[in-house]
Write a protein that binds this ligand. Structure first.
Ligand code: NDP
Length: 299
């Protein structure tokens, strides 16, 4: 379908997707499934082939993609890339009066900076983040978080919800979705670093990843209830270590360091974490629980 043959038939239920990496393609695909007139654009041409076969409109330029929809969803690698697209004069001009939902991941500061730029150029702006893989988009498993003007969010919610899953508006502070995203990805990547490191140590001891897997899942399953319990501790400032004091945690971390280094495996991450625990103990909080380090780091 060509852009120009359709351009005059603007429907209210239309959407433009800028950025066709795995996530952008999944978003556009879900919009198509939802029956929306979906216009797509990507810096590198050719990534829209399957989408076009399914009825998407391929725009020859970002400005033309922007001009045909009231709602523009951006999903590229980071805000440098989003800026490279949105802040080109022809695109900025075409965006005036339209709404951008930026589902690109980056920092809260970049989200706030983009909101300032948007306000200066008459662009209505919502920020958001996607907390699940591209394969979940369009299914009940997808998780989206949003922030920015609530009225604007409500206005576009019917289209946004075509992406499936759950959508949570976290507040008017435009940086809030990115703040959640960073905190949640901090958990994810730190856990993944621990997992990769654990596999290296296990392998050095003759244990395969497959042999460890069921036990690794068991360890991961311990975490969700602990997250809930410790959230109460951190929010109230009481860090009870009755069941597992930080002195015991530090000792267990030292074993991991020694076992790793005995095999010549870098234990730098665990050394840093053990260092935090030792500092908490040195400050007289050895009977507190491990999450007391939150207060140490926050200082
Ligand atoms: P990538 O993060 O690899 O981003 C690829 C997209 O960014 C392509 O459209 C690429 O265009 C574009 N891009 C990169 N640099 C530029 C630039 N300078 N100017 C214009 N466009 C540029 O792929 P994803 O689609 O997977 O991710 C998109 C966003 O979604 C990211 O912020 C990611 O963190 C987030 N996300 C992704 C998930 C996933 O499962 N994939 C899960 C949750 C969030 P080109 O094709 O021309 O290179």
């Amino acid at each position: 379908m060509s852009l120009h043959s359709e351009q005059s038939h603007q429907l209210p239920s239309s959407v433009t997707v800028l950025g066709l990496g795995p996530m952008g393609r999944a978003l556009a695909s879900a919009f198509l499934d939802g029956g929306l007139r979906t216009t797509v654009w990507n810096r590198t041409p050719g990534r829209d082939r399957e989408l076009v076969e399914r009825g998407a409109v391929s725009a020859p330029s970002a400005e033309e993609a922007v001009a045909v929809s009231e709602l523009i969803v951006v999903c590229v690698v980071n805000y440098d890339a989003a800026d490279a697209i949105l802040r080109r004069e022809a695109v900025t001009t075409a965006l005036k009066g339209r709404t951008v939902v930026n589902l690109t991941a980056d920092t809260p500061g970049r989200a706030r900076d983009t909101a300032t730029w948007a306000a200066e150029h008459g662009v209505r702006y919502l920020d958001g983040a996607i907390m699940t893989p591209a394969t979940t988009i369009g299914t009940p498993a997808a998780v989206f978080i949003h922030s920015g003007p609530e009225e604007l969010y409500r206005e576009h919610r019917p289209v946004i919800e075509k992406l499936g899953g759950t959508h949570t508006h976290l507040g008017e502070d435009i940086g809030r979705a990115a703040a959640y995203d960073i905190a949640l990805l901090d958990i994810f990547w730190t856990a993944m670093a621990g997992y990769a490191h654990a596999l290296a140590v296990a392998k050095a001891e003759g244990v395969t990843a497959g042999e460890l897997a069921p036990f690794a899942q068991g360890i991961a399953a311990i975490l969700p209830p602990l997250f809930e319990e410790f959230a109460g501790d951190v929010d109230s400032g009481s860090y009870s270590g009755e069941i597992n004091p930080i002195t015991s945690a530090a000792s267990s971390m030292a074993h991991i360091i020694h076992a790793s280094e005995a095999h010549g495996i870098d234990a730098g991450v665990m050394r840093v974490v053990e260092g935090w625990a030792r500092r908490v103990i040195a400050r007289g909080h050895g009977t507190d629980g491990f999450v007391r380090v939150t207060e140490l780091l926050g200082r």
